[in-house]
Write a protein that binds this ligand. Structure first.
Ligand code: HEC
Length: 473
């Protein structure tokens, strides 16, 4: 059972969706020309609600720091007091949220404070960090999520048989017919309820971070905050609900034999999580959290070897790591990326892996030797958010925060095709089993469907109910 504050937060999560920016720069320091007192409830609390509370209140209290009330805020967390009234410079909260000290808050993927917000918090602390005046102007709880037409596409998948395209927007999963582009339905978890027992029309409580189809197109897996659902793709009903995750699940992959599902995620700045489940029973079969050989930070990508006997995972610790399944035995690490590794793929013959990340390059690896064979200079100007091999080929698809998607040949290291049209950050890319149909999704909330053979834009899929804009095909 979720608490009310978590529900409030589920709405807010949507606003704060933002992919990792690799470089950590301190928030700009500005002076506010303000003489009247800064009020906790009017000025400060709304900032915390928007940018901090979903990790620091209710049933999630990261760093043992509960920012849900003024009293708990002033008490501080596991490092002690976070606010020293009258001294913003020495206040841990200002140092972490100003990104001058680690662990920087909010972590990586989340929207940072604006210079104005930081300045306001500093001024409030320097004015004595005074308690609320009693007049509560807390914003109304958002119990249902924002209209889906303003939400970015954070995840997408194309069924291997190329019949359907699914897109994750906020907590919703929208299913489209891949041929006609028609919206078919949204997947709904009937158990989702507000505290006063009203149904919530959504797939999860929080953002749908990852989507993957089983190789036979029968099942669809969706990953969200502390939860994965395996759906029957034909009927749209829930087959299994997987729990036991410490944080968001941002990566999903079915094994090529269809029997297993791998998940990746974990809390930022803590040990990464890689788990493997049996699709038939929903049983956890492998849980990789060995602190010496597992990932020391959040995991962003997972994939299986073609024989379904190993998985590769990658994450914020800059490593690609390979483990045996189901034993979970560590096999090897591939080292070379200079920033977060955001995704990894394994070629059909098992000999080659490719990985991409916040260093804007794709690295190609020889599995046997455990060595890098090539760095593809991709031409992307921002991080490469997702990557996948296309069917039984040496082509990898990749999409970037710079709004472009490309296909590269890993043997030759050249770009084969470019998929254009997106005007903002791309979070997701998908392909059917043979690379005939390719799709991208991102900040604009649109899915663009392309002809994989020539890169031609075929359709733009808007959220259900939203009118497609004129200039978009
Ligand atoms: C996505 C989740 C998330 C968000 C959003 C977030 N934090 Fe945190 N916060 C964490 C985690 C995880 C830790 C523990 C990190 C550690 O101990 O290394 C933490 C720890 C902290 C601490 C240190 C507490 C202690 O005593 O150790 C402070 C202060 C803090 N956060 C402030 C903030 C502020 C201010 C915001 C909003 C601007 C914010 N956080 C938003 C996840 C989050």
């Amino acid at each position: 059972m979720r608490t009310l504050s978590f529900l409030v937060v589920a709405g807010v999560l949507v606003l704060t969706a933002n992919k990792a920016t690799a470089q950590v720069e301190p928030i700009k320091v500005i002076e506010l020309k303000r003489t009247e007192p800064v009020l906790y409830d009017k000025d400060i609390e709304p900032i915390f609600v928007k940018k901090c509370l979903y990790c620091h209140s209710g049933n999630v209290k990261e760093g043992k720091f509960d920012m849900g009330t003024y009293e708990s805020l002033m008490k501080g967390g596991k490092r002690g007091k976070a606010i020293i009234p009258g001294n913003s410079k020495k206040s841990l909260l200002v140092q972490l949220a100003g990104k001058t000290k680690s662990p920087r808050m909010p972590p990586r993927k989340e929207k940072p404070l604006t210079p104005e917000e930081l300045a306001l918090i500093k001024l409030w602390i320097d004015q004595g960090a005074k308690a609320p005046t009693g007049v509560r102007v807390r914003p109304k709880p958002v119990l249902t999520l924002l209209p889906s037409n303003i939400n970015p596409v954070r995840s997408l998948a194309i069924s291997p048989d190329n019949s359907a395209v699914v897109a994750g927007r906020a907590n919703q999963i929208h299913v489209y017919d891949a041929g006609s582009g028609a919206y078919i339905r949204s997947l709904v978890n009937p158990e989702l309820k507000t505290p006063d027992n009203k149904p919530i029309q959504g797939a999860h409580m929080a953002i749908v971070e990852a989507l993957a189809y089983s190789p036979d197109s029968k099942y669809l897996a969706s990953g969200s905050f502390q939860e994965v659902i395996i759906w029957d793709a034909q009927t749209g009903t829930i087959k299994h609900k997987l729990t036991g995750f410490a944080d968001r699940v941002v990566a999903l992959a079915f094994s090529p034999d269809g029997k297993l599902l791998a998940t990746g995620g974990g809390p930022p700045t803590e040990n990464g999580e890689v788990k493997v489940f049996e699709v038939a029973t929903g049983k956890l079969v492998t849980d990789i959290k060995d602190p010496t050989n597992g990932h020391s930070d959040q995991v962003f990508g997972v994939c299986f070897s073609p024989d379904s006997k190993m998985i590769a995972s990658c994450g914020a610790d800059k490593f690609v790591k390979i483990f045996e399944i189901p034993s979970g035995k560590f096999i090897k690490a591939l080292e070379g990326h200079t920033h977060h590794v955001l995704d990894v793929g394994w070629r059909f013959d098992g000999k080659v892996l490719a990985s991409c990340g916040a260093d804007n390059v794709i690295k190609v690896w020889d599995f046997e030797k455990g060595e890098q064979t090539r760095t593809i200079n991709t031409g992307f100007s921002k991080q490469i958010t997702r990557l996948m091999f296309v069917g039984k080929s040496s082509d990898v698809l990749a999409c970037s925060g710079d709004g472009t998607a490309k296909m590269f040949n890993v043997d030759r290291g050249n770009a084969v095709r470019t998929f254009t049209g997106a005007k903002d950050f791309l979070y997701a890319i998908g392909s059917d089993a043979t690379g005939k149909v390719i799709a991208t999704g991102g900040e604009e909330g649109l899915v663009r469907v392309y002809n994989g053979a020539n890169g031609q834009l075929l359709k733009t899929l808007a959220p259900p109910g939203a009118e497609p804009e004129k200039d978009k095909k």
